[in-house]
Write a protein that binds this ligand. Structure first.
Ligand SMILES: Cc1ncc(COP(=O)(O)O)c(C=O)c1O
Length: 491
């Protein structure tokens, strides 16, 4: 039976364990074993001290520890009691199912906000597009990890970690680590003709966070947003998550055409990939760019320019960004290091017009605070010391060679697949005959250890014929040769 006297404590003065700790342990054990029942009254500290022959302070120290950990409750002067609910009970991890009986805990009715309901309803699709990368042929969107200069990266990292500066170990500006913002601004001005100062550059956890912020900042429920069709799924899903109405505008060989967008949608946001349309690979023509910028100005709308893999252009002169052409500060320019360094870094950036800096920074502060500052500091130095530009130059050459090899192998072994050289990017599109089912081929390819993605995965309207997205940047020469032969057998 539970009791509420503590008469058995015999502190051992010669023990290594301090006396207050012995008292604490004895009472804690008594509570957990049920010897001191729930809400049992403990003796006053003065009384217990006298009983045990120790100082009152020693007993108070033991009680305070037990209070702090949640074993005791009560107020000074009104008594000390065993807590009604013990910390151990809170710490119990509920079992998902009783292993012996296989009984599942009862299902609960879950209710969410409108946002929660939308992402819960769409969770299968959202999660199937997320998750760990399979480094198999022809996974698209991954970099040549084995060619990354990890030795240089590690040296810079060691420098920051061995002689740490306080500045990079506290919370940082939610807009990002200043040296990285400066390094990116300088790079974008020269490499992409982006018109910006460092204070317009915000560091994010990948481009995906830019789409999510833009959705939350600009789109109310039922507001229209124009997207390319087919379109990068991550951006489209962020817009859908806030309840916006996604209006798909078909693209052609000149890319997105604002002239083909339905009239009177009242859209205040448009999402485009002008340098290298994802996933079709076309480049938006100059006349279409100018028309889009003009429309944005007249419509008081914003353009999200996703410049995800523009560093990899293999023909002609490098193309300037859409943002660089904009005279009216209508473009929100998004970039990512997922395609130039590696996706696991989870560092991307957004360049916003000056009058949007504070709203985006506030949104960023509420959306994860800031990106890991140590990684930002390493990346800043990697850029300013010239390693980034060198790595991109080397990868541009390598990816161009890999694309040429993939084309050659496809022409040789799968002549029925229509595929053409692309001037930019990290993937090719292989067009199937009308009769072929891209999803069935993708499933068979998966069983054979390949990853090919049906183009229709990204399409809003039906695509006919369908195609296969074939990534080559992160696929070695040997894998390309073997992978094409496997794919030939499937096709
Ligand atoms: C069109 C497009 N934009 C952006 C991204 C990059 O997103 P993140 O920087 O979040 O990795 C991808 C990645 O696959 C993409 O395909």
């Amino acid at each position: 039976m539970a009791k509420n006297e503590i008469s058995f404590i015999l502190p051992k003065p010669d023990s290594d364990i301090p006396i207050y700790r012995q008292i604490y342990e004895t009472i804690r054990r008594g509570i957990l074993s049920g010897e001191f029942g729930s809400q049992a009254r403990l003796p006053a500290s003065r009384l217990l001290a006298k009983q045990l022959g120790v100082s009152r302070m020693t007993v108070i120290n033991a009680y305070e520890q037990l209070f702090a950990e949640g074993y005791l409750s009560g107020k000074p002067g009104s008594g000390t009691f065993v807590a009604a609910q013990l910390p151990e009970e809170f710490l119990q991890i509920p079992k998902a199912a009783d292993a012996k009986t296989g009984v599942e805990p009862p299902k609960r009715r879950l209710s969410f906000s409108a946002y929660g309901t939308r992402i819960a309803d769409d969770s299968t699709a959202i999660l199937s597009a997320s998750g760990p990368t399979a480094f198999v042929p022809f996974q698209h969107g991954v970099t040549a990890i084995d060619k990354f200069p990890f030795d240089i990266w590690a040296k810079i990292a060691a420098k920051h970690l061995h002689s740490p500066r306080k500045g990079i170990f506290g919370y940082d500006d939610p807009a990002g680590h200043w040296p990285l913002r400066e390094a990116i601004a300088a790079h974008l001005r020269t490499a992409r003709a982006v018109n910006c100062d460092a204070d317009q550059v915000l560091i994010l956890n990948g481009a995906q966070q830019a789409f999510d912020l833009a959705a939350k900042i600009f789109l109310d429920e039922k507001a229209s947003v124009l997207v390319e069709d087919p379109c990068h799924a991550g951006a489209k899903r962020s817009f859908e998550s806030v309840g916006a109405k996604v209006v798909a505008v078909p693209i052609d060989s000149e890319g997105f055409d604002i002239g083909r967008a339905p009239k009177n949608t009242g859209a205040k946001l448009v999402y485009v990939t002008p340098s290298h349309q994802f996933p079709m690979g076309v480049t938006m023509s100059l006349s279409r760019r100018l028309a889009l910028l003009e429309w944005a100005q007249v419509s008081n709308a914003w353009i999200v320019e996703d410049d995800y893999d523009s560093e990899f252009r293999y023909a002609g002169r490098p193309l300037a960004s859409l943002q660089g052409l904009d005279k009216n500060n209508r473009v929100i320019y998004v970039g990512t290091f997922s395609k130039t360094i590696f996706p696991a870094l989870r560092i991307g950036h957004v360049v916003v017009p000056k009058d949007l800096v504070s709203v985006f920074t506030a949104g960023r502060a509420l959306n994860g605070g800031n990106s890991p500052t140590v990684d930002q500091a390493i990346l800043a130095e990697f850029i300013t010391e010239g390693h980034f530009a060198r790595h991109v130059r080397r990868m541009r050459k390598l990816y161009e060679e890999r694309q040429a090899l993939l084309l050659d192998q496809l022409h040789k072994y799968i002549p029925s697949l229509r595929v053409e050289k692309m001037d930019a990017g990290m993937h090719l599109v292989g067009w199937l005959d009308h009769a072929r089912d891209a999803r069935e081929i993708a499933a068979k390819a998966r069983d054979a250890g390949l990853k090919v993605t049906p183009l229709s995965t990204y399409a809003v309207r039906k695509i006919e014929p369908d195609g296969l997205i074939l990534g080559y940047a992160g696929v070695s020469e040997k894998q390309i040769r073997e992978g094409v032969k496997k794919l030939a057998r499937i096709l």
